[in-house]
Design a protein around this ligand. Structure first.
Ligand SMILES: *Cc1c(COP(=O)(O)O)cnc(C)c1O
Length: 465
């Protein structure tokens, strides 16, 4: 298996090359050269396997000969061993035809753990093979940072620098990052916004001298390995509910389009998915796109589902590539329009092709709180605001009411306790492994929103390590 860029100008690479590369040199994102498929009998044979076994079966066609199969099997087994539920990704029924797939039993309580627990171990393996020091640099609005930190803590010859906007992440999110004591973890609170943090990270990757001398590596969802890791739970859930003999719809709370794009990959591999419903909060660029074909940037509004407060979804480029029948030059042109004119319009067959698979729904703050309250009333289950956006989107979609539908529950309610309490009057408790989170010592340095200062900070710490 080799990977090509969505902008068509970069040479194809192997899995082990893209793992550390992040973006392709032409500015595009890597996608598989062709979709591997899994036939009906092989899907049926997934029934009854453990979560790790399902992952192993589904990722193997993507690896080529980059990693020995038995080594990979061990890495996968280890990645999910620390999850707090024996099923790893349990399904929970919420009405006669609706289920939630709980993706928050990982160490940091959001679905990001599914990809990052694997990615951290793959980085470690790659480093042990190539012998080089790896410097992970990432910006976070909360969940990615804590998941990346947990996945990289204690790794030898790997340093992780995570930038978050000072005073703009929730207290639980901040403490999950800053209470990790391992010396290879470096928390930086930037005096600025999430966009400032992201701009600083981008600038460091665009500085070839800095990037190459420190072995800079990206952990955000432009990394194909993250998408790959998320394909498995779509199969795992669908098979448990009767696939391949029954089609399943998935509702995916969406920000950067990584999670729902993994669902699309599952579909292309052969999983009978009837529909992928993209659920957004009031930052609705994707919903507007699927309804009108117009993809246009707007300002970011802060909401109670902050991990979806995104205007430009980086993985969406991967879907456009498919919508345009893999014409990299056409995608590159759209991306130029996005930069220079703030948007583009998509129409005709291209849009119809995507609409056969996707529908979309934007959910207001009020409807989000209502969905938390309703779920609590109807089932006695507390859900977090991101999951609630998915539940509300499902309830407003009446296209195929009898299709079994699965809402991805992307975060644990205790990660966002204020909104949950506002909607239900009940304050969700943190699971036992985090119950002393508020008593642990924090470690974090505050830096001005200044690229030189941030780079200097990183240089000093790597020289010492
Ligand atoms: C990151 C995140 C999302 C959005 O996922 P994308 O892959 O960026 O679309 C949704 N919910 C939670 C809790 C998240 O952390």
């Amino acid at each position: 298996m080799r990977y090509v860029s969505t902008r068509g100008e970069a040479p194809p690479v192997r899995f082990d090359e893209l793992l550390l590369a992040g973006l392709a040199p032409d500015g595009g994102l890597y996608v598989p050269e062709a979709w591997p498929t899994i036939d009906v009998d092989d899907i049926r044979a997934l029934a009854g396997l453990s979560y790790s076994q399902v992952v192993n079966r589904l990722v193997s066609p993507y690896l080529g000969d980059s990693i020995e199969p038995d080594v990979m099997e061990g890495i996968i087994e280890d990645a999910y061993a620390g999850f707090g539920h024996a099923a790893v990704a349990p399904l929970r029924q919420i009405s006669s035809c609706e289920w939630m797939l709980e993706l928050f039993h990982g160490p940091t309580l959001a679905f990001k753990d599914f990809a990052l627990q694997l990615l951290g171990r793959l980085f470690d393996y790659s480093r042990s093979q190539k012998g080089e020091h790896i410097t992970i640099v990432g910006a976070t609005s909360g969940d990615t940072g804590s998941a990346a930190i947990d996945a990289c803590r204690g790794l030898k010859r790997v340093d992780a620098f995570v930038l978050h906007p000072k005073d703009r992440v929730s207290e639980v999110q901040r403490r999950q990052m800053t209470t990790v004591a391992d010396p290879n973890i470096h928390n930086i609170a930037v005096e600025g916004t999430f966009d400032d943090c992201q701009a600083a990270v981008k600038a460091m990757f665009n500085d070839p001298e800095f990037r190459d001398s420190y072995g800079l590596t990206a952990v955000n969802s432009i990394n194909w390995a993250r998408v790959m890791a998320q394909i498995a739970y779509y199969f795992y859930a669908a098979v448990a509910l009767g696939a391949p003999d029954r089609k399943i719809a998935f509702v995916v709370p969406t920000g950067n389009f990584g999670d729902v794009y993994a669902g699309y990959a599952a579909l292309r591999m052969g999983l009978p998915i009837s529909r992928l419903i993209v659920a957004t909060n009031r930052n609705d660029i994707l919903t507007r796109f699927f309804k009108t074909g117009e993809y246009r940037k707007d300002v970011v509004h802060p909401t109670i589902s902050p991990s979806m407060d995104i205007q430009v979804s980086s993985n969406f480029e991967r879907l456009l590539f498919e919508g345009m029948e893999r014409d990299g030059a056409a995608v590159a042109k759209l991306m130029v329009d996005l930069d220079t004119e703030g948007g583009f319009h998509f129409e005709g067959d291209c849009l119809d092709r995507l609409r056969q698979v996707f529908s979309a729904c934007a959910v207001s703050e009020e409807k989000t709180l209502e969905a938390i309250a309703m779920t609590w009333r109807e089932t006695g289950i507390l859900i977090d605001p991101h999951t609630a956006v998915g539940v509300a989107a499902l309830r407003s979609d009446v296209s195929e009411p009898a299709t079994p539908s699965v809402v991805l529950a992307t975060a644990h309610p205790a990660k966002f306790p204020d909104s949950v309490e506002e909607a239900t009057g009940v304050r969700p408790a943190l699971p036992p492994h985090l119950s002393d989170l508020y008593d642990r010592a924090e470690r974090c340095d505050t830096l001005p929103n200044d690229l030189d200062a941030i780079q200097e900070y990183i240089r000093e710490r790597i020289a010492v390590g």
